[in-house]
Design a protein around this ligand. Sequence first.
Ligand code: C5P
Length: 234
Amino acid sequence: MTTTRLIIALDFPAADLAFRFVRQLSPDTCKLKVGFELFVAAGPAFVGKLVDLGFDVFLDLKFHDIPNTVAAACKTASHLGVWMMNVHALGGEKMLEAAANSIQSVEKPPLLIAVTILTSMDEQQLSGIGINEEPRNQVLKLAEMTKNNGLDGVVCSAQEANMLNTHLGNEFQLVTPGIRPTNSEKGDQSRVMTPLDAIKSGASYLVVGRPITQANEPLSVIEGINNEIVLATQ
Ligand code: C5P
């Protein structure tokens, strides 16, 4: 595992496009996230190729099903050699426990984290699915449940990092999307934070997609973010 705390979201529609981008990157300066779009297009073989190139890969497939099915999917995914993968905490305690147990016998188990409440869900959306609770309270409840069932951390908004750090401690990994380097476009992310502020708030890893993948000079954006991360930890 490399020490970089920057995870680039490889949101590309095809393996060749993703690979053309990856060729210029180094595992020393970034980790890579493969989500639905690229996984559906390129499959497990492409994930294996990234692992073989030395990258720490976060397989962002957000499994959410009955405990037995999620446990089997986690075990199979762990054989790809990924560094991190995730499930939905809303799958419930039994599902989280089964997922965590399923990878215990793997030789080098990936970090297993959970999505709590998607940042696209506001109070009104939550109420629409029968959860009458403020999103922050619900996030904390699900993150506590995630920790109690032996998982390593959660995906969360950087705005929630401070609260989760205080309640769950530094060892619990907080992976935060919605990061925008100073002076970059927000895109469709509404609540954003700079790399510096996110790390200062307690984020363990930063997920950044378009500000890097659509930049004219991705390597200089990566360098800038890594510099901000160093600055935040000094
Ligand atoms: O391009 P951008 O930096 O907005 O990409 C953020 C990445 O993080 C995307 O892959 C998106 O799916 C993911 N993500 C997110 N918000 C969440 C969970 C995941 O933006 N709550």
